[in-house]
Structures are given as C-alpha cells and as structure tokens.
Design a protein around this ligand. Structure first.
Ligand code: ADP
Ligand code: MG
Length: 742
C-alpha cells in the first residue's frame, strides 16, 4: 500500500480519490486543475427537485420528478403551420406517462425504447392519460445507479461542457468537497461574520455546493458575494488612502475677495445646487490632499461654470488649470464661452486641439511650459506626449463617460511633470492680496514636494449610485440636481416609422413658424442594408439619404435651408455650419451624434431622432439635451421601431422620464452595468458571484465595512489581516496598482 497522499488545495484533481481520469481531463479544460479550484467552481444556479413519485401517484397540474423506461417513441412531422413533435411513452410498472417534445426532431437519436429516464416537468391531463411537454430529463445509466430521491432536494447546476455534464461535476464535487472544506481558512474574524450574519467561509462553500434547502444555497451565495464586494471595496479604499497618504496637491487660496472677483465674471447668479457643489469643490481644492471628485449633473444643469470657478481658483493662486473635453467642437465651445466671460481680464486662456498647425502648437507648448498660459482648454490633445505644464493645479475632465480611467490617470500624471520645477506646493501667501485672479506665476521653487493636480471629472451621464461606488469608488461625488431657472422640460413622443411623414409635416410647420430643428440619424453614408431580428431587411437612415429625402422637390423640407452635420466634415465646415445654425441662417440640421455633446443653440427647440431604437438611453438623453434650452416649449420626436423588447422598453422609458438620473438607473437595469459603463474596460474584474443589480444592499454593506476597516488599518498590515490582504492583492492587485505596498 502506498502512503496516503497528503491532500492540499493544490492537489491536482486527477490525484483526488474517486475522480476518474476522463473527468479530471474534462475539468482541466474548464480551468479546474486542483482541489482549490474545484471548490471555487461554483454552481450557476440551483434547482429544487421534488421527491420522486411513482407514475401512479402523479396528479395532473403538479410539477413532478419521476423515472421509468421508454417503451415507445414516435416522430410527427410538422405540417401546415403546426410544430413537429417527438413523443415517447414512459412506464415504471405503476402507470404510463406520455412525454412530448416540440420542434426537437433530434430527440429521435437520443431516446429509443429500452432507455431508462429520469424526467422532471409540469404534468397535465391529456386525453384519458397524463402528459409532460418538453420535460427536463436525464438518461439513467445502469452502471451508475442514481438513488431515487425519496425527499425533495436542491441540486446545484454547474457550467458544463460537452465532455462533462453538470450532473457529473456535481458528483465529483460531492465526493471531493469534504476534503477541501477543512483546508479553507476564513479571512473574516468571527465578530465580523456575526455582525453581518455571515456563515464561516468553509460553511459557505458547503452551502452553495451542497445545500440542504434553497435558503441555504442563498445564504452561501450571499457570503461569497459579500466577500467579492468587500475585497473590491477594500482595494478601492486602500488605494484612496494610499493616494491621500503619499501624494500632495497645491492647496489653493480662497477668500471672499477671490470669490467676488470670480463671480463678477459670471453672467448669471448661480443656482443653490451650483453653490453647494462649489462649496464642496472649494473645500477640496484648498487642501493639499489630491481632490478626486466627480461632478454629476444632467445635461444643461450648468457644470461648466463650476469647473471654471475651480480653474480660476488655480489661476488666483498662480497655478495653471486644464479642461479636457471629448470633442473639438465642445472644446471650442468651452473656449469661446470661457474666453467670453474672461474678456478684459488678465487670465490667459488658450485652446489646444489635434487640428492645430505644428507651428501654433509648438508656440503654445512653449508658453504653457513657461507658465505664460493660465487656463488650457482642449481635447485629449491635452494629455498627449510633449504637453508640459509649468504648474498644473486643477485638471478638469468634461463628460467623463467618454474617457476611460486611463485618460484620467494620464491627466493626473501631467502634474508629475512639474515635480520639482513649479512653484506648487508652496502654501499660498496672503490670499487676501491674491485677489486679482491673474497674477503671473512665481518662478520655480527649489523645495517643491512631488505634486499631482486636483482632478475634477464632470459627467452628464449620471452614474447610478451602486456603480459609482464600484467603478468610481475612489471619487467623491457632487451632484447638481436642479436645472437653471426658466427651463421647460422637453416633451417627448415616440412614433412608429409609418408616421414619419406626419412628423415632418409637423417639423415643416414649426420651421415656417420660425423654429429650428435638429434631425438625428444613425450614420453618415448611403444606407447600409441589414437584417433586423424580425428577418425583414431594413436600412440604416443616413445623413445623406435623409437630406435627399427631405430637401428634394416635393420633400417635406423643400425650400428650407437644411445643412448636414457629421464627423467627417472638416473643422472649418462644421464651425461654419454651426455658426449659421446658431445665427438662424440654417433652419434644420441633419446630423449624426456629433451634436450629442456641446453646442448650445437656444432657438433650436425641435428634435427628431430617426431609428431611435439604435441609440442607447443615455445617448438619447444627451441628444435630447440639445433642445429645451430656450424659453419656448421644446419637443423631441423619437421615430422608432420596437424591433426588440429592450428597444421598446428604452423608447417607452424615454417618453416618460426626463430625469437623467432615473434614466441612467433604467439604462443600467435594462442593459446591465457592463454595457452602460464599459465595466470591462474599466479594469475592474467582473464578479463571479455578486450581481450589481440584485446585490445593491450587499454592496452598500461591503462598502461601509471596507471603509471602516481601512480607516482602522490602512495597509491591512496586522498579523490577523494577512489572509485578507493576500486575497485582496490576488484579486485586485494589478488594478489597485499598489501591490508592492508593505
Ligand atoms: P452642462 O452641465 O450640460 O455642461 P452647461 O454648463 O453647458 O451645462 O450649462 C448649460 C447652459 O446653462 C449654458 O448656456 C449656461 O450658460 C447656462 N447656465 C448655467 N448655469 C446657469 C445659471 N445659474 N443661471 C442661468 N443660466 C445658467
Ligand atoms: Mg457640459
């Protein structure tokens, strides 16, 4: 006899007692190589199975599990619109049960007389007998007798492959899990578990794999989901503590005088919400802890002015500020409105975009590095190589949802370029005298500490609270909820494509009455054909085709000045068109989503979106935000086909809901977090167990617990924390980027 194998969680599955080599191979193909991985191979769901009954005991109208032998089969071809079916008769010695599968001709190859089956399904009376339609079934193998389930039980359903079924995986786990459980150590202390009513970790694994009841399965799952969320939140809070502990930003000066100087530049009084957010932002910027704040507010809620205030605070302290916008058009608009407000002041504002000439760019970069520019506004050109600031103190990223976390990091790193060079880090002297917001910068300071700019990110795609916690857990959040005074909510209607003519008759009347119109379509070019889910070929509406349709003689807008607007026009063409539209020389724009962010034309108060089902909720909401900026009641007409249920839901939601926050929540519910926010690109590992939709409460608990834990022990360096620490870095080390701490 060989010495008994010492089993650890690293023991290969093939060496575990009672596991067949073929099953070990099949499991390896699923990524399960050792005992630990086997224990971590979790069921995707659970099924409650009733106790098995004999066929004689079955009552119609119940869900049953029973077994027997197939005594006859028959295939019936579908004809004249009826489904084909495959029938089998099952006998168990006590009675007869008819089984039928619809549209499943392949069943003929699986079931033959003599095959023994376990079946599960909904039984109904059928003629004088009883029948189950489309039952779940498994073929019983005489070599491996499966005991009759005398009692109801919960079965785990595992992700399977063609080489190994869920049933077999369940068997392997049933046989080997007892070896693994004693080896699983808990990273939570007993008090912690007690407080949150969580089972011990090894018990949680037992509960999720081999539950006695459905409640047990749920309880095991809850513990594992909590752990996933807790580890992520520990990572988020640890990173944040690390940033705050090691990085410094310039503490900006604030005084009533500075405040007055800045506000004197604004053409309107701020709303209470804007003032509240300003207070939050100012509190951040006047500290030397790096600010990392998300400012969220619906389209048109007035976020730009908050950003400008922050940027001018930087200038008042003789530092620089940068504003990064997702499109050239938007960068230009920011530049135009900000330059307008600062006209006649000493603040030097410049625009940096990708389409600048090499020479202009070189001049600008030199001025920037010398500190001769106070505010830099631009596209992502702002974070490209070669852009060096003299002393960047505030970096604002507009429309955060269009930038990835990488860009956020890149902009933050722009501050590092100033390390040891800039005058930042020097406590601002005599803030009262720094009242003018445009003094020239100081010369280099020899003892400057490593510095990073304060970062503000702005988004009009409100981030559902749950997701904000997860994705942007390292950000503080400020919210502008109310719109500036005098806005009327846009009225939205959804119309089917057969009413397109009516829509444009309405548009024509509005244009004749002096209004201006945006018409948004999905693409630029001549229509691409595609097959919709209904199997009917449709074409994608394009700027070209819609322009042609509307402006041709006899078209709904013939004789009206209509222009095209899309990303393939040159900057000059787009600018010229926008100027003409703003000044009323053009009455309607046929555009792609390039108008989604940016341009502000108060006299445009009608929007038509063709094939609206092709746009996401957040996108539709952004587009709709282009109208409703003036005094007159605006309308948004969505022409759309509910080709899928989801598309239908989206359009219905758009009609009812005007609040971007509510829409974001709905978008999240309908499409899931991955699609809405590019969760995958964010670098956050997707969860195996936790489900952001259904585990929101758990996420909140985990967030609270993680924050408190890191507050107590920022590096998780105590001996009884070594396990949680190890598991944290294993799960999130690369993302947190501080795997080497401690
Ligand atoms: P967003 O939050 O979508 O970026 P903007 O900052 O572009 O919104 O503001 C939308 C419009 O509202 C702009 O024309 C801006 O000048 C105007 N606005 C912002 N704040 C106020 C206010 N407090 N009172 C009046 N108009 C305002
Ligand atoms: Mg904006």
């Amino acid at each position: 006899m060989s010495a008994p194998l010492e089993i650890t969680l690293h023991t290969p599955v093939k060496q575990l007692p009672g596991v067949r080599a073929s099953n070990a191979t099949a499991l390896a193909a699923l990524g399960v190589h050792n005992l630990g991985q086997l224990a971590a191979y979790l069921p995707m769901r659970h099924e409650a199975h009733q106790a098995e009954t004999s066929i004689a005991e079955i009552r119609p109208g119940t869900i049953v599990t029973t077994r027997g032998e197939v005594t006859a089969t028959r295939s019936v071809a579908g004809r004249s619109g009826k489904k084909s079916r495959f029938e089998a008769v099952l006998h168990d010695g006590t009675g007869r049960l008819d089984l039928v599968w619809f549209n499943a001709p392949y069943m003929r190859r699986t079931l033959h007389p003599g095959v023994r089956l376990s079946v599960h399904g909904d039984v109904r009376a059928f003629g004088s007998g009883i029948q189950v339609a489309n039952p779940k079934y498994s073929i019983l193998d005489d070599a491996k007798p499966e005991p009759i389930a005398a009692e109801a039980r919960v079965r785990s359903v595992y992700p399977a492959s063609e080489h190994i079924s869920s049933n077999v995986i369940e068997e392997v786990i049933r046989a080997t899990l007892p070896l693994a459980l004693p080896l699983i150590d808990d990273h939570l202390l007993p008090e912690h578990r007690r407080k949150r009513e969580l089972p011990e970790l090894r018990e949680a694994y037992r509960m999720i794999h081999l539950p006695e009841t459905e409640a047990e399965a749920a309880g095991g799952r809850r513990r594992l989901a909590y752990d996933e969320l807790l580890l992520l939140q520990l990572g988020v809070h640890m990173k944040r503590a690390h940033l705050r502990g090691t990085l410094r930003s310039p503490a900006l000066a604030w005084s009533a005088t500075i405040d007055q100087h800045i506000r004197a530049r604004f053409p309107f009084a701020l709303t209470p919400d804007q003032n509240r957010v300003l207070k939050e932002v100012t509190a951040d910027l006047t500290k030397d802890t790096p600010t990392n704040r998300l400012i969220q507010g619906d389209v048109g809620s007035g976020k730009t002015i908050v950003a400008l205030y922050a940027m001018l605070l930087a200038a008042a302290s003789r530092h620089q500020a940068a504003l990064m916008a997702p499109t050239e058009l938007l960068a230009e608009q920011h530049f135009a409105s900000i330059s307008g407000m600062l006209g006649g002041s000493k603040v030097r504002v410049r625009l940096l975009t990708g389409s600048m000439s090499t020479r202009d760019r070189a001049v600008l970069l030199r001025e920037l590095e010398r500190g001769e520019i106070d505010l830099l506004i631009g596209t992502h050109a702002v974070i490209s190589g070669g852009v060096k600031f003299h002393s960047l103190a505030v970096a604002v990223i507009d429309e955060q949802h269009r930038f990835g976390v990488h860009q956020r990091a890149a902009l933050r790193s722009k501050g590092d370029a100033t390390v040891g060079k800039a005058g930042i880090g020097v406590p601002p002297t005599e803030p009262e005298t720094a009242g003018s917001i445009s003094e020239p910068p100081h010369g280099p300071h020899p003892h400057a500490a490593p510095l990073t700019p304060h970062v503000l990110v702005m988004t009009a795609t409100p981030i559902p609270r749950t997701l904000a916690l997860t994705l942007f857990g390292d950000l503080d959040v400020s919210t502008i909820r109310t719109l500036p005074p005098g806005r009327k909510p846009v009225r939205t209607r959804v119309l089917t494509p057969d009413r397109t003519d009516l829509v444009y008759q309405f548009v024509r009347r509005r244009i004749d009455a002096g209004d201006q119109v945006y018409i948004v379509v999905p693409t630029i070019d001549s229509d691409a054909l595609l097959a919709s889910s209904t199997g009917v070929e449709t074409s994608i509406a394009s700027v070209e085709s819609v322009m042609a349709r509307l402006t041709s003689p006899g078209g709904a807008l013939s004789g009206v000045r209509v222009a095209a607007m899309h990303g393939r026009l040159t900057q000059e063409e787009r600018d010229a068109t926008m100027r003409d539209f703003r000044d009323g020389r053009i009455r309607a724009l046929v555009a792609t989503t390039v108008i989604e962010v940016g341009v502000d034309v108060p006299t445009a108060n009608v929007m038509v979106i063709e094939q609206a089902e092709r746009f996401g909720l957040s996108q539709l909401h952004q587009l709709r935000g282009r109208v409703g900026r003036g005094r007159k009641q605006s309308v948004c007409l969505l022409i759309g086909d509910a080709v899928t249920e989801v598309a239908g839901q989206r359009l219905a939601v758009m009609r009812r809901v005007n609040d971007g926050f509510v829409l974001a929540e709905r978008d999240f519910e309908i499409r899931g977090p991955g699609e809405v926010f590019g969760l995958r690109q964010s670098g956050v590992a997707p969860f195996k167990v936790a489900d952001l939709m259904n585990d929101r409460d758990l996420l909140q608990l985990a967030t609270r617990d993680a924050a408190a834990w890191i507050a107590r022990s920022p590096a998780l360096a105590r001996p009884d924390e070594s396990l949680v620490r190890r598991r944290l870095f294993k799960a999130h080390g690369p993302w947190i980027g501080i795997g080497d701490v401690g």
